[in-house]
Design a protein around this ligand. Structure first.
Ligand code: BGC
Length: 496
């Protein structure tokens, strides 16, 4: 088990790539640069680029479909691909929160625990400590009990180290927010049933169960006295964390291993909402947009990857735009180029044929290589996939990476515009035309500069210069960890 403690750290999500160098300008493979190495791969690239194309009409269609699916999902459960889950978070942090609160964050290959001492409006965040533990691969497909025992034990060890500026008033139980980044049918602010696993998790015995109960049982086995006062999706926690510093945050988007978005909705715009009272008249909706599928420009590589995945036909938007999959799509294209175009010579190494051998951090790093002979591209390719490449082959590889990152970033941008569009239509002119912040988190967004640029360009192209000047797309520095702790404070059983 590897752990590291970061004091007062910003959120760390599971997708990482080495510190990027300055973004490189994409090299176009002009006919003059076509060599015998790449000649047979050029038609494969051309077809890929055509199939992945995202001109404005395609993006507009995606944004419209996203807005329509949001409405249908708000009208009735099962009304569309988008689950539009009620978060039971009706009030966001105000800045007045005080006391010691914990947060657990389970959502990718890493699990994080955090504690924070909140000092109210004047002192804000007095101190924060974070520990990150990587989840052993076998636990991601083991039993529910094994996974939750692992989490509770890491938490118990972390609690034992509490001291310094962290103070729990006598007679109180510790309270935690639980960020659980999978589709959950929330039944109250502190309970919810797991609908299904995503992102490669296939733990048995959890779907259909209340995951707070699973955690409580495991904490009991560890003898840990801790109350889960808020169960939240990572998007919701990110929105809460960002809102603590900025009142105009209305949307939060995660682009990491997986992807999702949430936003602030008026209760009267939710026909399926029955018997739920909100004093603010607003509530946060977790869209689960990873399941969106209408109008996506998909390729044969996407379809093959989906068919071989553990959840075929599901999470298609996620499989097209998120960190878990971009590297794998590129690898599949490279296999085709190697097999039918001999891009890397006669031999196709077994490593290249291994699913997920090429990660999204790899393709991001390759796109940051500004050297003349693309040395870093060559060594990443060799280390990850075992191929030997010459300069022409490397240029071809970078083109493939760029094509897949461009489609992903632009589609994510169109998704954001779909949400803004829906909010604008309902508020009749109140949303557009004033400052509105979209809080972003996740390693893909943070560490892939080209992807981020493509996303922002797509938003600007769709909204036009005037409207897009009011939309601030901002990396949420405190992220979902602190957001979950803040929501634990907002929903504390004690007065604060
Ligand atoms: C999950 C979401 C989560 C997103 C980002 C998706 O796979 O379904 O609940 O918010 O990943 O972590």
């Amino acid at each position: 088990m590897s752990t590291n403690t970061i004091t007062s750290s910003p959120a760390v999500r599971s997708f990482r790539s080495p510190t990027p160098r300055s973004p490189r300008v994409t090299m176009l493979l002009r006919p003059t640069t076509v060599s015998s190495t790449t000649a047979a791969s050029v038609p494969i690239l051309t077809k890929l680029q055509k199939d992945c194309a995202t001109p404005v009409p395609v993006l507009r269609n995606i944004a419209d479909n996203m807005a329509a699916d949001m409405r249908a999902g708000l009208a009735a459960d099962g009304g569309s691909d988008l689950k539009m889950i009620l978060s039971f978070v009706d009030s966001l942090p105000t800045g007045n929160e005080r006391g010691l609160f914990y947060a657990l964050d389970l959502g990718g290959t890493n699990f994080r625990v955090l504690r924070t001492q909140l000092g109210g409006r004047d002192e804000r965040v007095i101190d924060t400590e974070v520990e990150q533990v990587s989840i052993p691969q076998d636990l991601m497909s083991g039993t529910s009990e094994e996974l939750f025992d692992f989490i509770a034990s890491a938490l118990a060890k972390f609690v034992k180290k509490e001291g310094g500026k962290f103070v729990l008033p006598t007679g109180r139980s510790r309270e935690t927010g639980f960020t659980f980044s999978f589709p959950v049918k929330q039944t109250s602010i502190d309970s919810g049933i797991l609908i299904k696993w995503t992102k490669g998790f296939s733990v048995s015995g959890t779907p259909g169960k209340d995951i707070v109960a699973c955690l409580n049982e495991a904490m009991g086995r560890q003898g840990l006295d801790m109350r889960v006062s808020a169960l939240v999706n990572d998007t919701v926690a990110t929105l809460a964390g960002a809102r603590y510093w900025d009142d105009e945050v209305m949307v939060a988007v995660i682009l990491g291993t997986g992807t999702n978005a949430c936003y602030v909705e008026s209760v009267e715009a939710i026909p399926k909402l029955q018997g739920h009272k909100s004093t603010s008249g607003k509530t946060i909706i977790n869209t689960e947009w990873g399941a969106f599928s209408k109008g996506l420009p998909l390729t044969e590589y996407d379809r093959a990857m989906d068919a071989e995945s553990i959840n075929p036909g599901e999470q298609l938007f996620e499989k097209t735009i998120s960190g878990m999959y971009l590297g794998e799509i590129v690898r599949r294209v490279l296999v085709r180029m190697a097999e039918t175009g001999s891009l890397f010579g006669k031999h196709v190494p077994e490593k290249l044929q291994t699913p997920f051998a090429l990660g999204t951090p790899n393709i991001s790093s390759m796109q940051q290589d500004t050297s003349k002979d693309l040395e870093a591209v060559g060594s990443i390719l060799y280390e990850a996939t075992g191929v030997d490449s010459n300069l022409d082959a490397r240029k071809m590889v970078v083109e493939v990476c760029d094509t897949i990152a461009k489609r992903g970033g632009r589609l994510a941008g169109a998704g954001i515009v779909g949400i803004l569009q829906k909010m604008e239509e309902d508020s009749k002119g109140v949303v557009f035309g004033k400052r509105m912040v979209v809080a972003m988190d996740g390693g893909l967004y943070e560490h892939y500069p080209q992807y981020k640029r493509y996303l922002k360009n797509a938003v600007a192209e769709l909204l036009g210069p005037e409207l897009s000047s009011h939309v601030v797309i901002e990396h949420s520095k405190d992220g979902s960890g602190i957001g979950a702790a803040l929501l634990a404070a907002t929903n504390s059983m004690y007065e604060h």
